[in-house]
Write a protein that binds this ligand. Structure first.
Ligand code: HPA
Ligand code: ZN
Length: 330
């Protein structure tokens, strides 16, 4: 729980807890189809990625103003800091907001306002990763990248999320080329529900530096060999995998085998308000279900800082890494 760690796979909209959702709904005069927070929580039973996404997008209707986005970030950072997170690279889904008539500037300035004071307020360094919804068109993604140009000083990287199957990475080749030209770093969700081929495409066609999830690489031994040889970080999300039924139970999660294979695994929370826990909860859960020993946990924490986009601040990375080495398990 308190082991210093970087969170590299976290959708800020997925940190919207029922209590905050109801508070924002009331403040903004948005009607929710649930009477109470308990009733809403009871709806958090998912069959697959799409059944989760349906609720995730619906609940975002309560997010309308800069202040709403800033509050969302502050609530997340407080929880993350309490669970040992020292650095967070945070996804957001601009198209899920602009499609509802919320201007992209409202989204980014609201998030940015809270993020720029996060070191001071929460002791957490942060970066922002703008994700494109892969079930929308490449044109829509290009338009979003263009609309984000006045705010690029707040954005480190781009990502790709939402419904994976049927929307291969290559669909977004042009978008990733344009982002590269703008100096942005690149990640993408691949191999969560989609096949190993999507992971190859994300690497070869999009040039991603980390793969988000990447779980299904295990079906392709040659791909595993390549990921190990190139030390490509995978941002795994164990509790998410159970809730979205990509693994049956946490005890069945292949994380130990992936570590043993030499894959550069990290443990993250994905959408913690929906999947039963934040970064530290994920660490505790895999420790308990998979009997990970302290050195395996330390490796996961070390991996997280090694995979972080901290190339511009190697001193900070070294400081975080020395905190990991100095951590005493009790
Ligand atoms: N996968 C794809 N898209 C997402 C996810 C996820 O786990 N969470 C939020 N958007
Ligand atoms: Zn995700």
């Amino acid at each position: 729980m308190h082991l210093p760690k970087a969170e590299l796979h976290l959708h800020i909209e997925g940190t919207l807890e029922p209590e905050l959702a109801f508070a924002l709904a009331e403040r903004n005069g948005v009607a929710l189809p649930y009477a109470t927070t308990d009733e809403l929580r009871a709806a958090y039973r998912f069959d697959d990625l799409q059944s989760f996404l349906d609720l995730y997008y619906a609940l975002m209707a309560v997010l309308r103003t800069e202040e709403d986005f800033a509050e969302l970030v502050d609530a997340y950072l407080a929880r993350a800091a309490a669970q040992g997170v020292r650095h967070a690279e945070i996804f957001f889904d601009p198209q899920a907001h602009t499609a509802r008539g919320v201007p992209i500037g409202t989204v980014i300035e609201g998030l940015g306002r809270a993020l720029e004071r996060s070191e001071e307020t929460h002791g957490v360094s942060t970066q922002l990763i703008m994700c494109f919804l892969r079930d929308l068109s490449a044109e829509s993604a290009l338009g979003t990248l263009d609309a984000a140009k006045p705010y690029l000083h707040r954005i480190s990287a781009i990502g790709l999320d939402s419904a994976e199957v049927g929307h291969p990475p290559a669909k977004f080749r042009e978008v990733y080329e344009a982002a590269t030209a703008l100096g942005l770093r690149k990640v993408a969700h691949a191999g969560e529900e989609g096949p190993p081929e999507y992971i190859r495409e994300a690497l070869d066609v999009l040039g991603v530096e980390r793969v988000d999830h990447g779980l299904r690489c295990l079906e392709d031994p040659e791909l595993v060999e390549r990921l190990v040889a190139d030390r490509v970080p995978l941002t795994l999300c164990p509790l998410s995998n159970v809730r979205l039924r990509t693994v049956d139970t946490l005890a069945d999660h292949p994380l130990p085998a992936m570590l043993a294979a030499g894959l550069h695994c990290t443990v993250n929370s994905d959408d913690p308000a929906y999947f039963g826990g934040y970064a530290g909860d994920n660490f505790d859960a895999v420790r308990d279900a998979l009997a990970l020993d302290p050195e395996q946990l330390r490796t996961l924490a070390r991996n997280s800082f090694e995979a972080a986009f901290l190339d511009h601040d190697e001193e900070r990375r070294a400081r975080y890494l020395s905190e990991v080495e100095a951590y005493a398990f009790d």
